[in-house]
Design a protein around this ligand. Structure first.
Ligand SMILES: C[S@@+](CC[C@H](N)C(=O)[O-])C[C@H]1O[C@@H](n2cnc3c(N)ncnc32)[C@H](O)[C@@H]1O
Length: 282
């Protein structure tokens, strides 16, 4: 499903004359990378890069890809090398959080791939881990309506000029709740909250949080999630945003930058484009 979306965004054939125009728009840059990855010996690259990078006993590339398969998702060639590294970083922060008190959350679940990965990573340390205290939050009706902050520059239809458009329309990336329930069936303690951010936060227990994964792509739900969770984050707690560096989703890093500047929150940006807050004690 996700693969088809990527294909429709980046896979369209173009007039060869257009390829002579300097690539400067996000969709065009990504299309170039997708085409390159599609032709390259990806399995060999993955082996060279990641065969010794492990979460517990599991080599990360295969571990991450198994979670993709077990959630009925797909990894488009564009994401082939991003996925193992971003999964490794996500799993490392999740494992770190196991030593902290507090609940855990993921905002933006899609088919449950990253949620499954976090739980399976935890199970490498805690064999009886059942996901208790992990809250998964999603509309299960796709992304909400993009705002001005979410628009990206695309080439005009005539090959000239610039048009501002959302990377994806509202309703894209919808995945049914039943699929996530099936994906997460090994982890009976996981709580799933279906609804729109921020309204759905009313369903959450009033508690302290030690780990929050933000993966909602857009300005408004990213900002709303930061505003809800950061004040409730325990000292040493972690918030990770998957989309900070995503070229198709500029709204996420705008929201993150705005929130962190306003509240003077220090953060880092990893080379995968994930941004991370480690809350320092007051
Ligand atoms: C990129 S997907 C999440 C991918 C998932 N974390 C993974 O790695 O497998 C983004 C998700 O955010 C959800 N989403 C976007 N805007 C939302 C909003 N305002 N409220 C609730 N969910 C939203 C979409 O439904 C979609 O499932």
């Amino acid at each position: 499903m996700l693969f088809n979306l990527f294909k429709s965004m980046f896979g369209a054939t173009r007039d060869p004359a257009a390829d002579r125009v300097e690539h400067e728009f996000p969709v065009e840059r990504l299309r170039t990378v997708l085409k390159a990855h599609a032709k390259a010996p990806r399995a060999q690259h993955l082996d060279i890069l990641f065969s010794e990078m492990r979460i517990g006993p599991h080599a990360i590339a295969e571990f991450a890809e198994q979670c993709v398969r077990d959630s009925s998702a797909q990894t488009p060639p564009l994401k082939a090398f991003h996925r193992p590294l971003a999964s490794y970083f996500l799993a490392r922060y999740y494992l770190y959080s196991l030593a902290l008190d507090g609940a855990r959350a993921e905002c933006g679940v899609f088919a449950g791939t990253s949620a499954l990965l976090m739980c399976r990573a935890a199970a490498t340390r805690l064999p009886q881990y059942d996901g208790s205290g992990l809250h998964l939050i999603d509309s299960f009706a796709g992304i909400s309506a993009p705002q001005d902050e979410d628009l990206i520059a695309v080439r005009g239809n005539d090959g000239q000029g610039v048009v501002m458009k959302p990377g994806f329309e509202g309703g894209a990336l919808a995945s049914p709740l039943e699929l996530v329930k099936r994906t997460m069936r090994e982890y009976a303690g996981v709580a799933i909250h279906a609804g729109w951010i921020p309204a759905v936060f009313a369903d959450l227990p009033e508690t302290r949080w030690c780990f929050v994964h933000l993966d909602v792509d857009l300005f408004e739900p990213t900002l709303a999630s930061l505003e809800y969770f950061y004040p409730r984050l325990v000292p040493g707690g972690v918030m990770i945003c998957d989309d900070y560096g995503a070229p198709m989703f500029p709204g996420a890093h705008r929201a993150w930058n705005q929130f962190c500047a306003q509240h003077e929150v220090p953060f880092i940006v990893l080379d995968t484009g994930q941004s991370v807050i480690l809350k320092v004690p007051a």
